[in-house]
Design a protein around this ligand. Structure first.
Ligand code: GLN
Length: 380
């Protein structure tokens, strides 16, 4: 394997889902719903296939989807973006992340990330040859240490990477945090890459897009996808929204990574994004109920549950149960209890920082969540 990828192992999500199957454990690890996406979106995909929309799509997205994305972005942020020049459709947000790093970062450029972070950030930054500057968010609130950010950011910084609502903690960046990051980025001429795939799963506060802050659109790449919002994580439809000079870089990388994204699913994605507002309200209501079941359940089991404002994840402190670290706890939980969680040390540059925390997801039907809680009550 190439040196730049040597340190990365099989992703933790794959490892844990394989163990879940092997041990017949309830999978509250990898973040994928165990229920299906909406009928009208599935129908739109079937119709698109039957209507012969099966050859290569236009590289940066089928026109209907680029338009639907820009219309949705306007509803969410008030920003008007040109679907032809500022929206790029990719094969999932994971590809949008890779295309952003590879298309806009030069080897040796400094990029600031906040740990814990989603595993693909470090791997794609490594592929791009970036120099990673990591700032750790600490429990219980996982607030941004603004002084540390001020002393880390400089004219050598090319970009700051943020993720709000945040995987794995459920933290949402506050307006104050975003304002400070924004003013430091403007002062030092730094870009922001913002992963907002959980933006529709914001429960305790309103989601704020970095791009909507004054002076920020021109230096921001906003990354999003269909998977979480429409419970269709296997479709792998994502996108990047950025001003034309940044979109150029993203598209150059995208052109040679995948060239284009699955055509019929793009047509269905356009139909999905035109869902009435009631769809989004219902999604949030459903997930609030699931969240309550899991959070109350985990508390009753005896975990210290850290507050989660958004995403379909919660992190808990497992130390009351006496295992040495997060990996040992997750192994015990799978083998002895029959429940899968994700150890968080894999989300840190320094694994020690995550050793007390594990992540559970509540993107499962209520019966599954209740059974998992029952197993833990009985056997932990
Ligand atoms: N984003 C999801 C998670 O964090 C799944 C990621 C994956 O399987 N690569 O669980």
């Amino acid at each position: 394997v190439a040196q730049r990828l040597e340190k990365f192992k099989t992703t933790i999500f794959t490892q844990m889902s394989m163990l879940a199957i092997k041990h017949g454990a309830i999978n509250l690890g990898q973040g994928f719903p165990n229920f299906d996406g909406p009928e009208f979106v599935k129908e739109a995909a079937i119709e698109a296939i039957k209507a012969g929309k099966n050859q290569y799509a236009r590289g940066y997205g089928v026109p209907e989807l680029n338009s639907a994305i820009s219309e949705r972005f306007k509803k969410d942020t008030g920003l008007v973006v040109d679907p032809e020049k500022e929206v790029t459709v990719t094969s999932g947000c994971t590809e949008a992340i890779a295309a952003t790093m590879l298309g806009l970062i030069n080897p040796g450029d400094e990029v600031i990330v906040f740990a814990p972070f989603y595993d693909s950030y470090e791997a794609t930054l490594s592929m791009a040859g970036a120099k990673i500057k990591c700032i750790t968010l600490r429990p219980p609130k996982f607030s941004v240490p603004l002084d540390e950010l001020k002393s880390t950011i400089s004219k050598r910084t090319r970009a700051v990477l943020i993720n709000t609502p945040h995987n794995p903690t459920g933290k949402m960046f506050t307006r104050e945090e975003l304002n400070t990051i924004a003013s430091l980025c403007i002062e030092n001429d730094v870009l922001v890459f913002t992963d907002e795939v959980y933006d529709k799963l914001a429960f305790e506060m309103d989601h704020i897009s970095m791009a909507s802050l004054p002076g920020m659109y021109e230096r921001t790449v906003t990354l999003n996808s269909l998977g979480k919002t429409f419970s269709l994580t296997g479709w792998k439809i994502g996108w990047a929204i950025a001003p034309p000079h940044l979109t150029w870089g993203v598209r150059q990388a995208h052109s040679f990574l995948t060239f284009a994204t699955c055509t019929p699913m793009q047509h269905a994605a356009a139909a999905a994004l035109r869902a009435p507002e009631s769809y989004y309200e219902e999604l949030k209501r459903d997930y609030s109920a699931k969240k309550a079941i899991l959070v109350e359940g985990l508390k009753a089991v005896g975990f210290k549950v850290h507050p989660s404002s958004g995403t379909y994840f919660v992190v808990v402190d497992h130390t009351p149960f006496g295992q040495e670290n997060d990996v040992a706890f997750c192994e015990y939980l799978i083998k002895e209890v029959g429940v899968v969680a994700i150890p968080t040390s894999v989300f840190y540059l320094n694994p020690e920082d995550g050793k007390n925390l594990v992540r559970f997801t509540f993107c499962k039907d209520e019966g599954t969540l209740r059974s998992a809680v029952e197993r833990m009550k009985e056997k932990l």
